[in-house]
Design a protein around this ligand. Structure first.
Ligand SMILES: [Zn+2]
Length: 267
């Protein structure tokens, strides 16, 4: 395994990887997305042991400990097995096109806590390195819960998405987010729910364009809140969530148009 050129990187090779396949419409492999995780285990050693055990069939490219020690498990040009069954903007199997980064944190099951400054500073150094090497636009920094909302909660509402966005990694909505008036909730049916489903789908989530506020709608909305409206994660479309949703949809659409334009220029 070739180590990336960042001071302090520790080689902890995992056998759990294979080749990246080219996504539809591309001749070769593409790396254009970063997916962030928390380990969700009691200790860093437990997490590292699992990610490097052939029997587990899971891995990530990188793992960052709470104190900032960071490990490379898989070379970025190979496919690590971190996202599982996943979806974003019509693409399935996000492992093929993404870099997976695990942040050590016990997670919601074992005592979820804030991500320490040293850990986030290390992550920022790694992201700076990766964005020099790969074309990763700000709209393509995602959480595991974004690409698998029915199964996953990580990296969760304590992850500092806003701070990352200040460095160009991910998007943030500077809009009024305090309105708690409930506009829509589970089991409601109507054209305004179709509009909600369309917004979630336009952003990237896997939801059906129906008139129903389904379980899928709920899961996607909770994932959206964990990422972009973390102060209230409740699965309701309230006034604040709607403001943030509209703003993020607009930002993602303009970034994705840019991606389409870049790939047209390539051909
Ligand atoms: Zn994960």
């Amino acid at each position: 395994m070739q180590l990336i050129d960042i001071d302090g990187v520790v080689a902890s090779p995992s056998p759990n990887f294979d080749a990246r396949a080219a996504p539809e419409g591309h001749a070769g492999a593409v790396v254009d997305t970063v997916i962030l995780h928390y380990t969700g285990m009691r200790s860093a050693d437990d997490a590292l042991a699992r990610l490097c055990d052939a029997a587990s069939e899971v891995s990530a490219h990188f793992l960052i400990e709470e104190g900032g020690t960071f490990h490379q498990l898989v070379a970025p040009d190979m496919r690590a097995w971190h996202a599982g069954v996943s979806h974003w903007r019509g693409r399935e199997g996000m492992n093929h096109t993404s870099i997976g980064i695990e942040l050590v944190n016990p997670g919601h099951e074992f005592g979820y806590r804030s991500f320490p400054t040293q850990q986030i500073e290390c992550l920022l150094r790694l992201l700076e390195h990766l964005t020099r090497r790969f074309d990763i636009l700000p709209s393509r920094f995602l959480g595991h819960s974004d690409v698998a909302p029915a199964r996953k909660q990580d990296p969760g509402e304590l992850f500092p998405w806003r701070h990352l966005s200040e460095f160009g990694f991910g998007l943030w909505a500077d809009v009024d987010r305090n309105d708690k008036t409930i506009l829509a909730k589970k089991a409601m049916v109507g054209p305004e729910i179709t509009a909600l489903n369309r917004s979630l789908k336009n952003i990237g989530y896997s939801v059906a364009l129906s008139e129903e506020f389904s379980q899928m709608t709920h899961d996607a909305l909770v994932a959206f809140q964990r990422h972009w409206r973390p102060e209230t994660v409740n699965g309701y479309l309230d006034g604040g969530t709607k403001n943030v949703l509209d703003d993020i949809e607009k930002q993602i659409n303009s970034h994705e148009k840019l991606i389409m334009k870049i790939s047209e220029d390539d051909t």
